[in-house]
Design a protein around this ligand. Structure first.
Ligand code: ATP
Ligand code: MG
Length: 250
């Protein structure tokens, strides 16, 4: 479980997160949704220590990450798997080397152990045998799956995924969502996903927070979202639905 308490974040004059508090549960997909610029990625980055909030705390199973020194944070970092916007694979490394990267960084495993782990993770995302390809030789969906394989290489207790479906066709998006959900259940991980894909929201959104202009505007489940009378959330949901039906027309 991860708790964020009263997170405030400024970039200069720009007040981006205005006191966000939320609980992200283990074994389920926790979604952060909201319009572009609402602060979703910033919140995720504050949670993993890529940004420092001006105020507030992030607590990993009773461990206060925000108040830890560098060394103590490393311990929690080894329990975190991340897949950020755009996959961010290393282009000059093969698929296998990409997946082995966190193992090289954080473990003392032998080359053989690391290779076996890479093979296991590749199999898990249905990419067995693609070890020696370079990212440029992969489709968008395959890149995402390699990114997921790298994110799970360390058996993470906490999994962070920013826009897993951006740039993917709807069918591949569902495959990726289902994969993340399966892994979450399998590892009982606390998974936090940033998305603005309504299919994902309805499919895997067991615990959702909706950000609006840097504030937590609503929280609930996919079952509740359809019946909400929250104006801004409805606009967000409706705009997505409208886009879908518009796309279907053309
Ligand atoms: N490193 C940064 N330096 C300065 N301002 C930033 C930085 N990162 C984000 N911002 C600002 O913070 C605000 C929120 O950005 P953020 O990336 O969190 O939005 P988002 O909800 O993830 O949007 P999107 O759906 O487009 O990815 C924006 O106004 C953005 O300009
Ligand atoms: Mg973002």
């Amino acid at each position: 479980m991860i708790e964020v308490k009263n997170i405030h974040k400024y970039f200069g004059e720009n007040y981006v997160l205005k006191g966000i508090s939320a609980t992200f549960r283990e074994g389920v997909c926790n979604l952060i949704i909201g319009g572009s610029g609402s602060g979703k990625t910033t919140l995720l980055k504050c949670m993993v220590g890529l940004h420092e909030p001006e105020e507030g705390s992030v607590i990993y199973d009773s461990r206060d990450f925000t108040r830890m020194n560098f060394e103590s944070r490393i311990e929690i970092r080894t329990e975190i798997g991340m897949l950020f916007q755009g996959s961010a694979l290393f282009d000059s490394m093969t698929v296998e080397e990409n997946i082995m990267f966190p193992l090289n960084m954080f473990t003392e495993q032998s080359r053989k152990e690391k290779r076996e782990r890479a093979n296991f993770c590749l199999e898990r995302v249905n990419l067995a045998g693609k070890n020696l390809l370079f990212p440029a030789e992969l489709s968008g969906g395959m890149k995402k799956r390699v990114g997921i394989a790298r994110a799970i290489a360390m058996n993470p207790k906490y999994l962070f995924v920013d826009e897993p479906n951006s740039g993917l066709d709807p069918k591949t998006s569902i495959v990726i969502d289902e994969l993340i959900q399966e892994l979450t259940e399998e590892y009982n991980s606390t998974t936090v996903i940033v998305t603005h894909d309504m299919n994902s929201v309805m499919g895997i959104g067991e615990n959702i927070i909706f950000l609006h202009q840097g504030e937590k505007w609503w929280e609930g489940s996919n079952k509740e979202i359809a019946h909400t009378d929250n104006k801004e959330l409805n606009e967000f949901v409706f705009a997505s639905k409208f886009m879908e039906s518009a796309k279907a027309k053309f």
